[in-house]
Design a protein around this ligand. Structure first.
Ligand SMILES: [Zn+2]
Length: 106
């Protein structure tokens, strides 16, 4: 029997995360909508590392898909991930769209 204790801290600790340094060039845009001022950020596929549900079409945005994030300027809680096309459609229409009750679910 050996009384030696194993060291719990290994020298090979993970440094994989260093690859994920946020690009310095993040360009937020400000858009004025009927319900407020939105901050809009374009997400590149490489910085999208999990799927999101788009509130515009209620479909999933697969990970690694370029898309758009938008939130009310004064309220980060409203932050949502949109398909870029859905966001631009929202932009064109006035927010009077009625919700369809029997939209398909996935
Ligand atoms: Zn969508």
């Amino acid at each position: 029997m050996s009384p030696r204790k194993k060291k719990s801290v290994s020298k090979n600790s993970r440094i994989d995360n260093e690859r994920e340094i946020t690009p310095s060039k993040v360009e937020d845009e400000i858009e004025e909508h009927g319900d407020g001022i939105y901050v809009v950020r374009k997400i590149t596929g490489s910085s999208s590392n999990k799927p999101y549900r788009c509130p515009g079409c209620d479909q999933v945005i697969p990970m690694a898909t370029p898309h758009t994030v938008a939130w009310l300027e004064h309220d980060a809680e409203t932050r949502r991930h949109w398909h870029s096309i859905c966001w631009s459609k929202r932009n064109q229409r006035k927010p009077k769209v009625e919700r369809t009750r029997n939209a398909p679910r996935y």
